[in-house]
Design a protein around this ligand. Structure first.
Ligand SMILES: Cc1cc2nc3c(=O)[nH]c(=O)nc-3n(C[C@H](O)[C@H](O)[C@H](O)COP(=O)(O)O)c2cc1C
Length: 333
């Protein structure tokens, strides 16, 4: 429902950030803070939530912030508010990856408003998908969604490409699970639901799962399961960008979220098999396999879910909003 506002009132900020926090993030780390200053919301990378073993360059951390930024654009459009996005340059804070300005005299991005209802429905769906193919026109809509945010979207074709991708995933699993530091970090993000973040398990299972993950290299078992998941997925696709700098990672996050929400509009869900992107030698092999130029940013499996999943936990908007008092409400970015 439209709200009549051209200023970032507390109500508008809560609405936009309420959408932002529903974005996906690696290990559900929610590595973001939203700093409100005048007519601007700065998306600040919260590096206290970084994953140095899984994501040493904070690439996925920035992507996650890009996903959250895109959700704010969708929520603004849905509320009838015009916005403009500024990239990382121009901010005095090196952790500010983007700024969203509310504009009184700009038209809302009407086409994005339709994605609003998909924000709470989107899930990372790690289960086997229904055996139902995805129509070519739907895949074209997903590629168009990624392209409109500056990214490419390549569907891996045929048994050979899919098999090679599955081999890269298995190799990535073996490497990551053999690394005790990587396993310890994963275990540290296994949280009970009440903590509001992390990868959830029932409360009683958390200590056990943490101990098992910390202690045992389960690489081969995980690799076998991931190969099976990849094989059985109606679609495996790579999303990538031309560059690999901070701005490209924000762009990739926005493109990812636009693709995921568009997928959800078509009743599809996705999950990620990013192991070959997280390990640099495998990332180049995946690029060759996709036959693209630039940098793979996400490896997705997509399909029709056969059940609804509960929403994973999130920290509430109030926990991640900072109001600064050094600028009057109308101040621009
Ligand atoms: C940049 C990024 C990387 C991710 N990598 C993986 C991954 O490699 N494997 C996986 O299972 N989920 C991955 N996820 C999904 C997150 O674990 C998921 O978003 C989080 O647990 C919250 O769940 P939700 O997406 O259902 O809201 C990734 C998400 C993002 C944004």
């Amino acid at each position: 429902m439209p709200v009549a506002a051209t200023e970032l009132t507390r109500e508008v900020v809560t609405r936009l950030v309420g959408a932002a926090v529903m974005a996906p993030s690696s290990h559900n780390s929610q590595p973001w803070i939203f700093r409100v200053r005048g007519r601007c919301i700065g998306v600040i990378a919260d590096r206290t939530r970084a994953l140095p073993a899984n994501d040493p360059d904070d690439r996925e951390l920035t992507l996650s912030c890009g996903c959250a930024l895109f959700n704010m654009r969708v929520a603004a459009a849905h509320a009838g508010l015009g916005t403009r996005v500024y990239g990382p340059t121009g901010s005095s804070d090196p952790d500010c990856v983007a700024r969203l300005e509310l504009l009184a005299d700009a038209a809302p991005e009407f086409v994005l408003g339709h994605l609003y209802e998909a924000i709470p429905r989107r899930r990372t769906y790690r289960r086997t998908f229904a055996e139902r193919p995805i129509a070519g026109a739907t895949l074209e809509a997903l590629a168009a969604a990624a392209n409109s945010e500056g990214a490419w979207f390549h569907v891996l074709q045929g048994d050979s490409q899919r098999r090679q991708a599955a081999e890269l995933i298995a190799e990535g699993d073996d490497t990551q699970w053999a690394d005790p530091v990587w396993r310890r970090e994963l275990a540290a993000w296994m949280h009970p639901r009440r903590s509001g973040d992390g990868l959830t398990l029932p409360d009683l299972a958390v200590p056990l799962a943490q101990a098992v993950i910390r202690t045992f290299d389960m690489g081969h078992g995980v690799a076998a399961r991931d190969v099976q998941l990849a094989d059985a997925s109606p679609v495996l696709a790579v999303l990538g960008t031309r560059g690999d700098d901070l701005a490209s990672h924000v762009e990739a996050g926005q493109a990812l979220q636009r693709t995921l929400l568009t997928a959800c509009q078509h009743d599809l869900q996705a999950s990620f098999l990013n192991q070959p992107i997280e390990i640099s030698v495998l990332r180049m092999r995946l690029l060759q396999l996709a036959g693209q130029t630039g940098y793979p940013q996400m490896l997705l499996r997509l399909g029709y879910p056969d059940r609804e999943l509960p929403a994973p936990p999130r920290r509430p908007p109030d926990a991640v909003i900072e109001f600064t008092s050094d600028a009057p409400p109308g101040t621009s970015c």
